[in-house]
Design a protein around this ligand. Structure first.
Ligand code: PGA
Length: 252
């Protein structure tokens, strides 16, 4: 399975700063690196067009991702951006159901399910985030929590669609806290997710599974050494080009 490192820039950087960061990352990468690993950056919507234009014009070995998409396709939805609008930008990926969207903007699995169905109609790979809270883990219900997210998010989705997706396990207690999950925590979740999907007749041979939550250059290698982990979703550390490059190199 091809590895993938995704930098989630969240609500940081204006479009000029985003281009600068993109160029700094690109400067330190070898030209053929994309043959071994997919490198993806997820800027804010205001920077997506500029970032993608630089990627296309300079033929960079980097791909871009949106951080979210509307559940609606067209019309009077002030402030929203549809999957069709994103598709016109030529971007490759879109993050769905990030825990910050769930907790701060009350996004539900049902809304994520609609967004997923919209993205699957076009040529954008969904990066679907799942993960439990600290309280869930303390009560040992992390598996139930993640499986219930998967069940609702994939409700009514065609059985082969998961192969076109990336599943990101991002335990909420690890996001932005400096506390990283043990690689075995991620493997345990993946095994259960796979079991659930197989039992429900989903075709799963090709989907990629990534870990996110306090990834830095000091834990990237250990995480990527875990057989089940195909890649990393990096937040804070992706804003520092040297650190992000180190994470990529350690993941090769
Ligand atoms: P973090 O964020 O690396 O800063 O913990 C990860 C994420 O929210 O995707």
């Amino acid at each position: 399975m091809k590895k993938i490192i995704i930098g989630n820039w969240k609500m940081n950087l204006d479009h000029l700063q985003a281009i600068q960061l993109l160029q700094k990352i690109n400067y330190s990468l070898s030209e053929n690196i994309h043959e071994d690993i997919d490198i993806v950056v997820a800027p804010s919507h205001t920077s997506l067009r500029s970032v993608q234009t630089v990627i296309d014009t300079d033929n960079l070995s980097i791909q871009s991702s949106a951080q979210d998409v509307s559940e609606y396709n067209l019309g009077s939805y002030t402030g929203e951006t549809s999957s069709l609008q994103l598709n016109k930008l030529n971007i490759d990926y879109c993050i769905l159901g990030h825990s910050e969207r769930r907790s701060l903007f009350l996004e539900t699995d049902e809304v994520i399910n609609t967004k997923l169905k919209n993205l699957l109609k076009i040529n954008i790979t969904p990066i679907i985030c799942i993960g439990e809270t600290e309280e869930d883990r303390n009560q040992s219900i992390q598996i139930d929590k993640c499986l219930s997210q998967i069940r609702r998010i994939f409700k009514g989705v065609r059985k082969d669609a998961i192969n076109e997706c990336i599943i990101a396990y991002e335990p909420i207690w690890a996001i932005g806290t400096g506390i990283v999950a043990q690689p075995e925590n991620a493997s345990e979740i993946l095994e259960e997710v796979k079991k659930y999907l197989l039992n429900n007749n989903f075709l799963i041979e090709k989907f990629r599974f990534v870990y996110g939550g306090s990834v830095t250059k000091s834990n990237a290698k250990d995480l990527m050494n875990e057989e089940s982990i195909n890649g990393l979703l990096v937040g804070g550390a992706s804003l520092d080009p040297d650190e992000f490059i180190d994470i990529i190199k350690l993941s090769l």
